[in-house]
Design a binder for this molecule. Sequence first.
Ligand SMILES: [Zn+2]
Length: 179
Amino acid sequence: MQRPEGKTQSRRVYSFLGVAAVLIFRYIYIGWSNYLFREKMKLTKEDKKLIEEAKQIIVKSQPVNLIDTGEVGSALITPKGNIFRGVSMGFYCGIGSCGEYQAIGSMISNGEKEIKTIVAVWYDEKKKKYEVIPPCGKCREMIAQASKKNQNTEVIISGTKKVKLKELLPYAWGGSIEK
Ligand SMILES: [Zn+2]
């Protein structure tokens, strides 16, 4: 009676060790791949320049002096190297749009639809400080619909980090207005 019980116990120990080994391996693997991914997506000089472009468009819009307009500035660069900018707009009667809308509109008005990198910067009036902010859900959708290739658009989401659009919009329904 004792020997089979001993075997069962050691089997339990082995299976416990097996599960622990799998979990440890998984933990190390995920941690390592996140680390590698983060290294790859570090901000480049071009990205930092784009953040500055987004700040500058806020400054440029200031003379209009409208409530809720020009708080957010957006800048994007296309694969051709062209930069387009825009600011957020807020009008009464529920009329308004994000900075990204205006930047994308300017890009489309100039005959392009693919976005290499995009960023939005918010000017915090109280703190007198600029802050990089991630795009809202509608802007993520707009970037995705403009071109199927924009799934790989790099979106700067903070002063130190960027991710691909497909990570911000997983399980996208795949609708694009491309003809
Ligand atoms: Zn938005």
